[in-house]
Design a protein around this ligand. Structure first.
Ligand code: HEM
Length: 408
């Protein structure tokens, strides 16, 4: 994806019989996602997601998308986030307390579990047991793999009973049932928690949404909120294990700040710069759109129905914007008091369909790392290249790290 930029601002890529025009330039992408977004629909990846998510935020376009987004937005407001942060802190503290000095921790699995517990504990006001967490993490992995593989399979193979397809559809059904059980239990219990479930249940009374619609939105948040946050946290721990000088600077900042509440972590300037660098260097590899009318892009006339791709990874590794883009360097970011972030830093994408969970994610990344780094150092256990798991943000399938207590 990064090398494609050498071919031009837009590059024609053939994946088997499929042709995708991949945009590698920020301004051109801005035209597609922001200025002329009405000329595009979601495209390949989302067609696949639609098969199991149905009528939901993550696949909707146009007015339908605006309406669903407006419905869900209150669950992501700042006031709601302030009430989620203590839940995240509790989950991260419990994880940090469960480790023993010298233990080899499988960091990706641990991050996946904490992320699922955060989502369920905050937006769904539900404390999952470890069996439930295992169940959900397996389902989300199967859906993620099925989305990626199925999007590039030729149409005639995409619905055949191949193992990846079977797992994809079975996981979709199970996740749907799980979310339905949560909704039904809340409705039966009658208690109010002012969370995502309450927002959905209220909308069924006020706007007449049926249960299938409500379940689709709950699944969307659970799915959308898991993969990318897990990837960001896993890469954060990986980078800490590879850059002891960065880890030590972070720990000094945390220890100098004293005991901070879960809503005070914006104060940790270096932590925020570190997180910027994590999501810059590890962002979504490929997202899709499809033209719904004839469009002109960089001098090329592109007919309606053309598959477009874009890579945030490529945008974030442009050497004209980010000097030495492959070097992991939190100091490339200005201190928080000295100005805004760079325009082409878009880990959460841009336009109307940008990530709805960006602020939730940031609080989660800050809180989790604050708790883990307050107690532990992370050391690599191998210098072999780690195989990547399939997903929108490629991440090591397993990341074994040794944990050592922080000195003093
Ligand atoms: C570091 C963490 C995260 C990253 C890097 C990330 C990235 C993204 C990106 C790039 C998109 C846009 C996809 C597109 O337009 O094609 C997106 C959409 C979305 N994200 Fe996130 N995300 C993160 C965390 C979260 C969290 C925590 C949640 C929920 C709690 C969430 C829920 C969603 C949803 C529902 C959408 C679809 C939004 C819409 O279509 O209106 N994400 N995310």
């Amino acid at each position: 994806m990064v090398d494609l930029a050498e071919a031009g601002k837009i590059a024609r890529v053939e994946v088997g019989s499929l042709v995708v025009y991949v945009i590698t330039d920020f301004e051109l992408l801005h035209r597609v996602l922001v200025e002329s977004s009405a000329d595009y629909e979601r495209g390949l990846l989302f067609e696949r997601i639609r098969l199991i998510f149905g009528d939901s935020l993550i696949v909707a376009d146009g007015q339908r998308h605006n309406d669903i987004r407006r419905l869900l937005q209150p669950a992501f407001h700042r006031a709601s986030l302030a009430s989620y942060a203590p839940v995240m802190r509790r989950n991260a503290d419990a994880l940090a307390s469960s480790w023993q000095p010298g233990q080899i921790v499988e960091a990706r699995a641990a991050m996946l579990e904490v992320v699922i517990a955060n989502l369920l504990g905050s937006m769904f006001s539900h404390e999952p047991d470890s069996e439930e967490i295992q169940l959900i993490s397996g389902l989300i992995e199967d859906i993620g793999a099925g989305v990626m593989v199925g999007s590039v399979l030729p149409k005639r193979l995409a619905n055949l009973p191949l193992p990846v397809n079977r797992k994809f559809f079975a996981a979709g059904t199970r996740l749907r049932d799980y979310c339905r059980e949560l909704l039904v239990a809340r409705r039966a219990g009658g208690e109010r928690r002012n969370d995502l479930i309450d927002i959905l249940l209220d909308s069924s009374e006020e706007a007449g949404h049926d249960d299938e619609f409500l379940v689709a939105q709950a699944m969307t948040v659970l799915f959308g909120g898991t993969d990318a946050s897990t990837a960001a946290l896993t890469w954060a721990l990986y980078e800490l294990s590879q850059h002891p000088e960065v880890a030590s600077k972070l720990r000094q900042e945390i220890s100098a700040a004293g005991d901070l509440g879960p809503n005070d972590l914006d104060e940790l300037d270096y932590l925020n710069r570190f997180l910027n660098e994590v999501v810059r260097t590890h962002s979504a590899l490929l997202q899709t759109r499809r033209s719904v009318t004839t469009v002109e892009l960089d001098g090329f006339t592109i007919p309606a129905g053309t598959d477009i791709g874009y890579s945030l990874t490529a945008i974030h590794r442009n050497p004209d914007v980010f000097a030495e883009p492959d070097v992991f360097d939190p100091d490339r970011w200005p201190t928080s008091n000295s100005g805004s972030k760079c325009r082409s830093f878009i880990p959460f994408s841009m336009g109307k369909q940008m990530c709805i969970g960006n602020n939730f994610a940031w609080v989660e990344l800050q809180t989790t790392l604050y708790s883990l780094l307050s107690k532990w150092e992370f050391l690599p256990t191998t210098n072999k290249k780690l195989p990547r798991a399939l997903g929108p943000i490629p991440v090591p399938g397993k990341l074994p790290l040794e944990v050592r207590p922080v000195a003093g």
